[in-house]
Design a binder for this molecule. Sequence first.
Ligand code: AMP
Ligand code: GLY
Length: 423
Amino acid sequence: MKILVLGSGAREHAIILALRSEEAGHQVFAAPGNAGIAQDATVVDLDPNDPAAVTVFANDRAIDLVVIGPEAPLVAGVADALRERGIPVFGPGRAAAQLEGSKAFAKRIMDAAGVPTGRAVRAATRAQLDAALDDLGSPYVVKADGLAAGKGVIVTADRDAAVAHAETYLPSGPVLVEEFLDGPEVSLFFLSDGDHVLPLSPAQDYKRLLDGDAGPNTGGMGAYSPLPWLAERFGGEDEFVDLVTREVAEPVVRELDAEGTPFIGLLYAGLILTESGVKVIEFNARFGDPETQVVLPRLIDPLSELLLAAASGRLESCPRPAFADAVAVTVVVASEGYPQSPVTGRTLTGTDAAATVDGVHLAHAATAASEAGLVATGGRVLNVVGLGSTFAEARDRVYRAVAEIGLEGGQHRTDIAERVVER
Ligand code: AMP
Ligand code: GLY
């Protein structure tokens, strides 16, 4: 197949590596890509957020499948434009993508579909904010209603901090104050063809910057998959996955279809396992980053066939995707100053040595090639991914590889998947 992947992060690199690992030998194009992606795909000069440009490219090159990585092209209507021209695309249209972009939209769909989630109150003024904070109590959860790349949320017992956070967003629109949900978080991905869904394997993301879940929220500093504690708690991974399929993914996809906005693409359920059951904290309309980097290396079935089946309304005829028993751990190497104000342009060294560690590969997040070698071009720079037969082994490999990486001021967490090993 000829496949075009839109996006430039480690998630897109992971998608491309999965496509390239297939026996079928696809021709993979990427826009805009990065220095790592350029080693595994043909990088093309194309604005991924321009629906007309992407459609012309896909048409001219007879692309068989377009895979949209990040949210921005979805919001820009790239999937709508491609679908209008009959080009198979994995990614929802603008309307269905609001499931991620608008927390208010997501809450409305969840209410209509009867999906369990926390209580939430919209506040457009300081007075409404104070009332909502009083009503829902501490710890306070305040969210911006829009594209904030995982940084629009504050969870804090400090009321002044909650108010200050809300006030940075209030001038441009209402914020959402939410009931605090207590429990471990799980990310579960579903492929959807608008009608049927197929689940992938669960993963856990580390959202905070620092060890011990301290520091600010980030886009994600590491992840692991599968989640052995989940299998214990629910009597097996499949039991948990079946429950979320039945109670969350299927009702949401049905509701979106009934409203005339079918969801074709990746439905990402961000879940909290509370004492009173599994609840949704958020949906995303795309693969999660960095969870994809630990889920796809474990996928046994050819990814291209699953994505094409979803894009073509044929998921019902596909068996549930199978996953290897091998476990995967990824650690994100980020720039100094991330997430507030990342320092970019610094040299990145040691990637070749890191990739020679047994069971390790790299997914580039924000790198560019220069005469002096690789340079970091963003906040999250690189994902080091380690596979192993146990978490102890995967962690040992991943951190041996991380030790090879040189980036002045670089940051990474040292405790990814540590709690799984200790159990
Ligand atoms: P979101 O942008 O909605 O994914 O939120 C980012 C992170 O904030 C989540 O992954 C959680 O760790 C935390 N969070 C969001 N909403 C809640 C909530 N209602 N209760 C507890 N933690 C939350
Ligand atoms: N891992 C969080 C996200 O992709 O939004």
